[in-house]
Ligand binder design. Structure first.
Ligand code: AMP
Ligand code: ZN
Length: 112
């Protein structure tokens, strides 16, 4: 189920543009519009849900698929010496888009 107010659902539907670097039947990966590192990608499942606490068996399978694809996607997009994954969850983490996503950060030595 997509959410009509969700910017990532709009990107998935092709209603707003994105700098897509990868897609398959379960996920899309595109460049963050406000990059916080030299490489900053967002890996987004096609299904709209916000939190890891909402994971079903099938969503967990999608997440596992995403984690298995990310090493190659990161390497192919400039993360040759490693990368950091971040999943912000809820208000205290500053989650601004209520559609689960994995930040992929790299392309340089990251602070912290
Ligand atoms: P979070 O704060 O974890 O919810 O991350 C949301 C991320 O989405 C932020 O890093 C934003 O810069 C990014 N973002 C928001 N809108 C867009 C967009 N239209 N295209 C690409 N990235 C976006
Ligand atoms: Zn969504």
């Amino acid at each position: 189920m997509s959410n009509e107010n969700c910017v990532f659902c709009k990107i998935l539907a092709g209603e707003i543009p994105s700098a897509k670097v990868y897609e398959d039947d379960k996920m899309i990966v595109f460049k963050d519009i406000e990059p916080k590192a030299k490489v900053h990608l967002l890996a987004v499942p096609r299904e709209h849900f916000k939190l890891l606490s909402e994971l079903s068996e099938s969503r967990a399978m999608v997440l596992a698929h995403m984690l298995r694809r990310i090493p190659d996607i990161a390497a192919q997009n400039g993360c040759k010496d490693g990368y950091r994954l971040v999943i912000n969850q809820g208000d205290d983490a500053g989650q601004t888009v209520p559609h689960l996503h994995i930040h992929i950060l790299g392309g340089e030595s990251l602070p912290w």
